[in-house]
Design a protein around this ligand. Sequence first.
Ligand SMILES: Cc1c2[nH]c(c1CCC(=O)O)Cc1[nH]c(c(CCC(=O)O)c1C)Cc1[nH]c(c(CCC(=O)O)c1C)Cc1[nH]c(c(C)c1CCC(=O)O)C2
Length: 324
Amino acid sequence: MRQAGRSLPEYREIRATVPMLESCRRPDLVTEITLQPVRRHGVDAAILFSDIVVPVAAAGVDLDIVPGTGPVVAEPIRTAADVQRIRLITREDVSYVDEAVRQLVAELGDTPLIGFAGAPFTLASYLVEGGPSRTHAKTKALMYGNPELWHALCGRLAEVTLAFLRVQIDAGVSAVQLFDSWAGALSEADYRRFVLPHSTAVLSGLANAGVPRIHFGVGTAELLGAMGEAGADVVGVDWRTPLDVATGRIGPDKAVQGNLDPTVLLAPWPVVEAEVRRILEQGRAAPGHVFNLGHGVLPETDPEVLTRVVALVHEVSSRRADQG
Ligand SMILES: Cc1c2[nH]c(c1CCC(=O)O)Cc1[nH]c(c(CCC(=O)O)c1C)Cc1[nH]c(c(CCC(=O)O)c1C)Cc1[nH]c(c(C)c1CCC(=O)O)C2
């Protein structure tokens, strides 16, 4: 998720003079920004500072990340010729990511680094719409109206994504997360027909890579089972579905990640504490639970509250470990 960064003054200071995409392409800044939440909060893992559109830009798509809006594409992808414009990427195209990951792995020591990429549907939505969309109307119109072109686009995006994740894994990340943030816009039937094959191509392509794979979306209560089938080891759950219910849908053989509502962090501490404890309890239904928010940290979050949440999660889990 766009997580800790935006709430931190030290992050805002760096970003005050450097545009988002440029900061993702400078290994020194990627390293510093990635380390900031680890230093400040003592989280158990670092998430690489990058963005889901970084590999798409490296593949030749003219785009920018506009503050307060998100990714904006200069010429949206709508035809077969447009799909051809998305090149396959090599390590050289994203050498700054390769370099940043190597630097980070050296600096982080025992703290694992999580790499990531956007999943084909969520990337396709930005590319087809030309920017963020509430309804994903143009994306769905293409999907329903020209399935052949849709599958060509998602097939190409799956190849780019797989190549991007392989670069990160070769450089040393300990786990990867595939973000299908907007998959919750689809019915399960449409998800299975139009999206699952492409997300499966990415996740199953990494089956022998030796790192755990996390698959995340928002508003995916009805899709949790299908998203688990895409081949992840861990399924991310937003705050709408309690983790024990989610485990019932995903099945007993996969871990879960989540699922604190990011807005709860704006509430008084006793409310936050009760929610964290409830989530840790309900997470016990799964064979593993990665405590996290259900989506990204809101920029107005008080960083002190985040530090306190991390400490509370550590306290509860170490007490549990003592009790066997
Ligand atoms: C959908 C999506 C995007 N980017 C991402 C997703 C999938 C996860 C999710 O659903 O949150 C993933 C992402 N983006 C970013 C990270 C790195 C981890 C982190 O620093 O938190 C990660 C994992 C940096 C970022 N990516 C972005 C920021 C904010 C840039 C800033 O304002 O400083 C960060 C830290 C920009 C971005 N990039 C995107 C959006 C919607 C935005 C926010 C636009 C806004 O509200 O201003 C696309």
